[in-house]
Design a protein around this ligand. Structure first.
Ligand code: PEP
Ligand code: MG
Length: 756
């Protein structure tokens, strides 16, 4: 960071020094701001320097100016997106113009007298990635401002953002009202990926670091701190990559590339060093680079580069945490709502389940495993919440509305009261479901439906009794592997499966063998990078390639099931040969036990998930081999539509209630019924009352879902005539529409089917 730039103007270092002196001086807040704009105007030889600050009303208010008409201060207001200043606020990017009045976004404000100025340089005032204002310099002559001038103004903007946030800037000034502070209420709309309501306090999964000290007291010390933190970052990312740790979102290659871009590019390091030599603290230098990179990449039309920006942000935040000595996984201390850009299921399970009451994600999708785990834990998850990480402050009071997919940040008391009421209504509804616990799952036309729960953790087991479900239709055994710090040993597995069977009493449990890979990774088991992990080395493919893991698991299941009925199911079977190979492993283990004279289960049923479309074209031979089939609609539909179930951009792209899905499922159920092979469906479709209605219309009589869905689905089916539903589904499944959701809703409404 030079003392002066090529034009001979004082560089950021001189300005930082003067800013520091101004901050230390005894000034009223407005007086300080006036002095700052004057100082910048003098140093940058600009005729105008103005500061606009954002009010929560969305207005950018002129707070101080040198050079424009002072009567306009606190009078001139611009909306975000209005005029050049509004444009900078909207895009969060600097604007450098030699002929401002001819720019299409220019909005003339006569009270300011700015028509006299041709050149214009404006930069956003950003804090934690959030736009809080705009800082502008203007000159009469036509000229482009140099890169050094842009950099100088950006550094001043950082200092202004910090002053504004710490309320140091305006103190108790009349203009520093409620609305300028970051504790104004905010309401964000996302999507519900796990039902429920939670009122608690925010915990950032990767805590954002608030940089409060931007100035260097001792330059040598700051340079040393930067080097130490960079080394720490390098080795922690190396560890991450080696262990395929999932603390960073995005696949390992992306992280690796971002890491290379950042840690190995001497340019980044040098720029941070220059900023420190110019008078900034190490934290300030990292934040400065972060702001600059965001500005450069955020508007790129290239989605790949935009994604890299997120990775860079993650890494810069990591570096800040290294500098400030933060822990990687925050400890939860009370009713915690976890806020993250995205999370893997194992990461969610790492948190203390007694304290975690809700999750807010910027990304996420309904059938991503993190949503499934949230449902299993019965905590609401609202995803696709734009800007959640930047807009939610640690410890903010939050309402997570998993019914409507909304998040209220720092809610007002009337909103809290409304939610209190909503929680009471919800509790009443839950009480109604509990009261209906013993009602039979029989439709209006007398068809009995087998309702099962999905489970995977010990905490799920009481749900079987609470819901009075017929059994556990899907026990995801991999969750036990994901929550531990090491691979569960044979004895631990046996004990665990025995506890599950004990809790189920005589009700059937379908144990699915480990379905690892894709987004279900083990923190202690390194995985190789894959181009398409959802289509990759996962589930049964991994288990057959490393049969030791599967054989141990089967051994544990056989031991736990001694003297009882044992149902084992394999995930991701794509062809009959694969199923036969997996089944042979079970036979081998049975033979081993027989040879040793050990007790065996009194009955063993071996079935398969149907979640790879190819298997649907081998149903004849499959029926001859399998005891039962369970359709995994989550994976099946991602393969049917070739649409990654965890990709937030594809969440709305295809509808589960669409003719191709109904037609495909209809073929399978017709054939399974004919062959008298028990068929069920255990994907997320089964737990949505409307989608479950379509499944019953298709002919499904056994479905398995998250425990919380049993009440609503039972209420639906008890008000349904399956013959009428079958007729409607038959009519809809051959249509050419993108979706038949609207028709099914209309059917439900016309026939008084309960969908609440
Ligand atoms: C499915 O794919 O529908 C399924 C039930 O399995 P999982 O969600 O665990 O992949
Ligand atoms: Mg699956």
């Amino acid at each position: 960071m030079p003392l002066s730039d090529r034009s001979g103007l004082p560089g950021p270092r001189v300005i930082l020094k003067q800013l520091r002196a101004l901050m230390a001086g005894r000034h009223s807040p407005q007086g300080r701001l006036d002095k700052i704009v004057r100082m910048i105007a003098v140093n940058m030889v600009a005729e105008v320097c103005s500061v606009y600050l954002l009010r929560s009303s969305g207005d950018l208010e002129l707070f101080a100016t040198e050079g424009l008409n002072v009567d306009a201060v606190h009078k001139t207001m611009l909306k975000v997106g209005e005029g050049l200043v509004g444009h900078i606020a909207e895009t969060s990017r600097p604007l450098n113009l030699s002929d401002a009045p001819s720019h299409p976004e220019f909005a003339y404000r006569p009270e300011t007298g700015e028509e006299a100025f041709q050149s214009f340089l404006g930069v956003p005032v950003l804090r934690g990635g959030l736009m809080t204002g705009v800082l502008v310099v203007q000159n009469q002559v036509k000229k482009f401002y140099s890169d050094e001038e842009v950099e100088t103004l950006e550094i001043v903007a950082m200092v202004l953002a910090e002053m504004n946030a710490s309320a140091d800037l305006l103190g108790d000034d009349e203009y520093m009202g409620e609305d300028l502070r970051s504790d104004a209420p905010l309401h964000l709309i996302g999507r519900s990926f796990a039902d429920g309501l939670a009122v608690g306090h925010a915990v950032l999964h990767q805590p954002r670091v608030e940089v409060t000290n931007l100035f260097a007291d001792d330059i040598e010390l700051e340079l040393e701190r930067l080097e130490v933190a960079l080394e720490g970052l390098k080795s922690s990312v190396d560890d991450l990559l080696a262990a395929a740790d999932q603390h960073l979102s995005g696949d390992p290659r992306d992280v690796l590339e971002a890491y290379r871009m950042f840690a190995h590019d001497r340019g980044w390091r040098n720029r941070m060093r220059e900023a420190i030599i110019g008078g900034m603290s190490a934290e300030g230098a990292v934040e400065r680079l972060q702001i600059e990179t965001r500005a450069r990449l955020s508007n790129t039309p290239d989605p790949y580069l935009r994604e890299r920006m997120h990775d860079f942000d993650d890494l810069a935040n990591r570096l800040l945490r290294h500098l400030m000595g933060y822990e990687t996984i925050p400890r939860l201390t009370r009713d915690a709502v976890l806020v993250a850009r995205n999370l893997g299921p194992a990461e969610l399970l790492e948190y203390d389940r007694d304290k975690l009451i809700g999750v807010v994600l910027e990304e996420g999708s309904a059938t991503a495993h993190v949503s499934i785990v949230a449902k299993a834990l019965d905590i609401p998850l609202v995803g696709q919440v734009p800007g959640a990480v930047d807009r939610i402050e640690p410890d903010d009071h939050l309402i997570v509305d998993g019914q409507n997919g909304e998040v209220h940040i720092r809610p007002r008391t009337d909103v809290l009261e409304a939610y209190d009421h909503k929680q009471q209504l919800r509790a009443a509804r839950q009480a109604r479901y509990a009261a209906e616990r013993d009602l039979e799952a029989v439709t209006l036309d007398g068809v009995r439906i087998d309702l099962n729960i999905n489970a995977g953790l010990i905490v799920d087991l009481p749900h079987l009794q609470e819901t009075n479900a017929s059994g556990i239709g899907l026990f995801r055994t991999e969750l036990q592997f994901m929550i531990g710090a090491h691979m569960p040993r044979l004895g631990e597995q046996t004990e665990f499966y025995r506890a599950v069977l004990d809790a189920a009493d005589d009700k059937p449990v379908v144990f699915r063998t480990v379905d690892l890979g894709s987004d279900k990774v083990l923190p202690y088991l390194p995985t190789e990078w894959e181009e398409n992990p959802a289509l990759g080395f996962r589930a049964i493919r991994l288990a057959l390639a490393r049969p030791g893991l599967l054989r141990y698991q089967i051994r544990a299941m056989l031991a736990a099931g001694a003297g009882r009925t044992l149902n084992v199911m394999f995930p991701m079977i794509a062809e009959v040969a694969e199923f036969v190979e997996a089944k042979a492993l079970v036979q081998k283990e049975i033979g081993r036990l027989e040879r040793k004279g050990r007790a065996l289960p009194k009955e063993i049923n071996i079935g398969t998930m149907l979640e790879v479309p190819a298997l649907a074209w081998q149903l004849g031979p499959l029926f001859a081999e399998t005891d039962f089939i369970s359709i995994g609609s989550n994976d099946l539909l991602q393969f049917l539509f070739a649409a990654d179930r965890a990709n937030p951009q594809l969440v709305d792209r295809y509808d589960r209630l669409s003719p191709p899905v109904l037609a495909f499922l209809s073929e399978i159920i017709t054939k399974a019924d004919k062959a008298k092979v028990p068929l069920s469906l255990c994907g997320e479709m089964a737990g949505d009352p409307l989608e479950a209605m379509a499944l019953l219309g298709l002919g499904f009589r056994r479905i398995s879902m998250a425990p919380a869905a049993i009440g609503p689905v039972k209420a639906m089916l008890r008000s349904l005539d399956t013959k009428a539903a079958a007729k409607e589904v038959k009519r809809l499944r051959t249509r050419g529409d993108h979706s038949v959701r609207g028709d099914l809703l209309a059917f439900a409404s016309a026939n008084n089917v309960v969908l609440s």
